[in-house]
Design a protein around this ligand. Structure first.
Ligand code: ATP
Length: 214
């Protein structure tokens, strides 16, 4: 059986221990060969991120540097225009052939999936693991694709959806931005190295946040 490759896309504005811990749990539970963190350069369905894609990528690189099974993938920064997941998966398919791809989505992101560009084409290209987020139940979407059998994620290149109850960590990037804007410390929510990196640059300190309150 071929081992699957994990794909974890996000704005990562900033990356936090919620992302890192659940990515490791899913990787180990499903025997994934690696987890690719793919920062979204220009996310189609939300306000403009607070800091540039290049800087968000740099934070992801610092955060995953000590874990060899975590890989940073900058393909969305190398493309022009909105960062549609469909285009990302098509380019991954070109690179990986028919290897199974498992895409991680929090239950909140999964709820938004019907509004994505060609969601069924996305689901044909990769499996999805829906990760329960605190107080965000996974909605009953795309029912015919759900499976309880983790083996399905290695037998086919894509197409199935599996629910995974990860550790419930009520950490969100918007809450971290809010803390920093209030002059409070994000320590123990993000890696230590990032605390100083963000502070030295004054990021998130001015509190003008298009996503605040979401
Ligand atoms: P924001 O608060 O700005 O919306 P976020 O914390 O949700 O940010 P993103 O970069 O938007 O971070 O998230 C990337 C992916 O990680 C999404 O699929 C999201 O649902 C998931 N995710 C983020 N934080 C958690 C968490 N604590 N538990 C489970 N999934 C999470």
């Amino acid at each position: 059986m071929e081992s699957s490759i994990g794909v974890f896309g996000g704005t990562f504005d900033p990356i936090h221990f919620g992302h890192l811990r659940i990515a490791l749990e899913v990787l180990e539970s499903h025997g994934l060969s690696e987890m690719r963190f793919i920062p979204s350069a220009d996310p189609p369905h939300r306000g403009r991120p607070r800091i540039s894609a290049r800087q968000r990528l740099e934070m992801v690189e610092m955060a995953v540097a000590s874990e060899p099974r975590f890989v940073v993938d900058d393909r969305e920064l190398r493309r022009q225009g909105k960062s549609y997941t469909l285009h990302t998966l098509l380019s991954l398919r070109e690179e990986l052939g028919s290897a199974p791809i498992v895409m991680l989505l929090g239950s909140d992101a999964f709820r938004d999936m019907p509004g994505w560009h060609e969601p069924n084409a996305v689901l044909d290209l990769a499996h999805v693991i829906v990760m329960q987020r605190p107080d965000q139940p996974a909605p009953p979407l795309y029912r015919q694709r759900w499976t309880d059998d983790p083996g399905q994620l290695t037998r086919q290149p894509g197409g199935n959806i599996l629910f995974h109850r990860v550790s419930q960590l009520a950490i969100s990037a918007s809450e971290i931005r809010r803390l920093i804007a209030q002059g409070r410390s994000p320590r123990y929510l993000i890696p230590d190295g990032l605390v100083e990196w963000i502070r030295a640059r004054g990021y998130y300190a001015d509190g003008e946040d298009p996503e605040a309150g979401n």
